[in-house]
Design a protein around this ligand. Sequence first.
Ligand SMILES: Cc1ncc(COP(=O)(O)O)c(C=O)c1O
Length: 398
Amino acid sequence: MSQPISKLVSRMNESATIKMAQLARDLSSQGVNVISLTLGEPDFDTPDHIKEAAKQALDDGYTKYTPVPGLVELREAIVRKFKRDNGLDFAMNQIVVSNGAKQSIANVCLSMLDEGDEVILFAPYWVSYEEIVKMTGAMPVPVLAGVEQDFKVTPEQVREAITERTKMIIFSSPCNPSGSVYSQQELEEIAAVVAPHEQVYIVSDEIYEYINFTGKHASIGTVESVRERVVTVNGFAKGFAMTGWRLGYMGAPKFIAAACSKLQGQFTSGANAFGQKAAAYALDADLAPTYKMRDEFLKRRDLIISLLKEIPGFKVNVPEGAFYMFPDISYYFGKSVGDRIINDSTDFCEYLLTVGHVGTVGGDAFGEPNCMRISYAASEEDLRTAVERIKNAVAELK
Ligand SMILES: Cc1ncc(COP(=O)(O)O)c(C=O)c1O
């Protein structure tokens, strides 16, 4: 029987992180002790005061549809947050709340992109950017920055990549998967290159804003020359450990916010009501639990860097945010054990999973095939055991 699947879905790949997480789970269910460092999910629970606010919201009747772009009190809290934390000025009609930052990004791409458009992705990039862009029919144009440049794209690289067809640039800072953080100065230099190209919009994904070890977060939307063409995306998943709540948002030029609202109105409508009410509370409440999580991630970062440095052939940077390491492991390409040859990062990660029983994700899906992603959102004990297993597994490769 034929299985009619649309061209739209056929041109997308399955999420590589979700796939590797599933393979790790499958192996676990066969009784194997697997340590999965595959998913981009804090291992902390949502802080109690936010959970209490959601319970209260349910009791207060926040159980109905909300306006498509979000509850008024949440959008007001987001306007305040953008001003307070980022120095960004948005009006209420420039804010759209969605089911996760992933939907915010999909909304912007589907609202703005057409076939033939080019979208510059700073590589390594978050896996979904590429697939969402492909879904619209536009063409992803990766601009690669390897470990030797701390995974940060230079203004010259951006200049070379922009063409008449470039419609959008998407990047995250702090970055998933590299943990790199762009400074205000670096963003200003990139903005200066983009500014003369009036058809180019920038999507700045700042979902890891609160997991930043530099003490300073910079938003490209503050740069005057491009301000009118920046969409700033953020969400609750990472900084507030609220992945399962599915709440993200954007601050955008009015016409983009209106288009996203129109699209979302026919697709998913507003996000869940009581979650939005609790999220509004979270933004204005004490951020101490968030900073405590950040400090914990920093300790683990320092631990895992020192452990990974002991593995021959692993090249690491010092990530300044998020909770990932993205070592260059290309030293092992071409090496083998028995008749098993490691040709690329996917082979390498499959080897680590099946032999070392540690789940990681190959760099190919992030646009940097020399690397692999390790999420260190795991206990210190698991991190120590995992790296020991990796070390033993790679020692077999000759
Ligand atoms: C860079 C980046 N942007 C967006 C998202 C999606 O966030 P959400 O869970 O709010 O959809 C993620 C999640 O892994 C991410 O790493």
